[in-house]
Design a protein around this ligand. Structure first.
Ligand code: COA
Length: 370
């Protein structure tokens, strides 16, 4: 339903194929990175066909003036599986964990000639409502990663959450085999599904412990990780056609209780290896050594691909200390103010507030980005 600020002839709907091509061709200027427009259009088609995004997992949206047929603004949403838990009641020692649908919103875009007229604001206001119940499913929340700071989306109800990272510098020469650590082994595509299943069980177990605030998390499932890997592999095939598929997807400690998964960003300005997920199912014994070894493996892998840094979102203190041991004390946690601001809108009957004081977004790592 249009809001009071939305003219009745403004409609939020899915685009026609022609409208989609028109919009994607326009926003290639923002997001194609090292790809040509034609490669960018192919990438969008390719990553719409992954297990996460096919069969309605990905939805395209346009705000259209139904009188003129003009596309005024656009975005897309990806259906994801998430989990939520609430503070204990009546002396509960373990709290129930609910699996919910959640929507990641991305590619928010207004054609240049239409900007500054409130179209993105109207589209997002309508979308925020629409996603509460979409495709026959009620959602627990929606989230987006703002590249235009905190204010715009805060005013619309998506409130900013912790958005920090560390960048671990990568030496230009790969480490020699003698400095390679003996503690970890590489992870490949075939390893991911079973590790994600273990991880999800652990995430739910964590959410079932008592906490004073409600907690939410995107589940780090195989489909989500696979979407990132499909994306990087497609881009690699375009920009590094002679380098082959980036096969190594992470590193795992030999006892199999700790691992990291990663992806590569081949952006020409800021090429990096980003850590999608950090998992520790073990105790404190050997944790620091394993973490150091996994980060070293990430740095070595980044160096092999000519990437300049390894980026970890919302690292805990132990991981920061590890990064300092691996790369020196200049590694610092940076709180982002402008890019990839993790922003949350809660839904549901007993609608919790969406801010950091109301709800804790846990396991808020790069894998959740879209
Ligand atoms: C961001 C964008 C979608 C806004 O679309 P729009 O239809 O012009 O937005 P509205 O008219 O509804 O609102 C305008 C507001 O956008 C915000 N905005 C636009 N570009 C911004 C930027 N680069 N940084 C911060 N805020 C920005 C401003 O807060 C502005 O508010 P103002 O009117 O007080 O100046 C559009 O500028 C765009 O497509 N930009 C390129 C793609 C992009 O960066 N998308 C956002 C990804 S998170």
């Amino acid at each position: 339903m249009p809001t009071a600020t939305s003219p009745p002839n403004f409609v939020l709907r899915h685009p026609t194929p022609d409208e989609l091509t028109y919009i994607r061709t326009l926003h290639a200027a923002c997001w194609a990175g090292p790809l040509t427009v034609s490669q960018y259009l192919s990438r969008e088609v390719h990553i719409a066909s992954t297990p996460l995004t096919r069969n309605g997992g990905l939805a395209q949206w346009v705000l259209v003036d139904s009188l003129s047929g003009q596309v005024l603004a656009s975005c897309e949403t990806i259906r994801k599986v998430a989990a939520m838990s609430n503070p204990p009641i009546d002396g509960q020692k373990v709290v129930p964990v609910e699996e919910v649908v959640a929507h990641g919103i991305g590619s928010v875009f207004t054609p240049p000639e239409c900007r500054g007229k409130g179209y993105a604001r109207i589209m997002l206001t309508l979308l925020g409502e629409r996603l509460k119940y979409h495709n026959g499913e009620a959602a627990g929340f929606s989230a987006l990663y703002s590249d235009i700071g905190k204010e715009f989306y805060t005013k619309l109800g998506w409130l900013p959450h912790r958005s920090s990272h560390i960048d671990i510098p990568v030496p230009s020469v790969p480490a020699s085999p003698t400095t390679n650590t003996p503690h970890v082994e590489p992870l490949y595509h075939g390893d991911i599904a079973s590790l994600c299943a273990l991880d999800i069980a652990a995430v739910k177990a964590k959410l079932s412990t008592c906490n004073p605030k409600p907690r939410i998390a995107f589940l780090p499932d195989h489909e989500t990780i696979d979407w990132h890997h499909n994306r990087e592999e497609f881009i690699a095939s375009c920009v590094r056609p002679t380098s082959g598929v980036p096969k190594v997807k992470g590193a795992i400690a030999r006892d199999g209780l700790r691992w990291i998964m990663w992806g590569r960003d081949f952006n020409l300005d800021d090429p990096k290896l980003y850590i999608l997920r950090v998992v520790n199912l073990g105790d404190q014994v050997g944790l620091a050594a394993d973490m150091d070894a996994m980060l070293r493996a990430a740095v070595d892998e980044a160096a092999k691909w000519g990437l300049k840094k390894v980026c970890v979102w919302n690292p805990d203190q132990g991981l920061v200390e590890s990064a300092k041991r691996v790369a020196g004390s200049e590694v610092q946690v940076e709180d982002r103010e402008m890019d990839s601001i993790a922003s949350l809108m809660m839904y549901g009957e007993a609608k919790a507030g969406s801010g950091v004081e109301d709800v804790e977004w846990v396991f808020n790592e790069k894998f959740g980005w879209c």
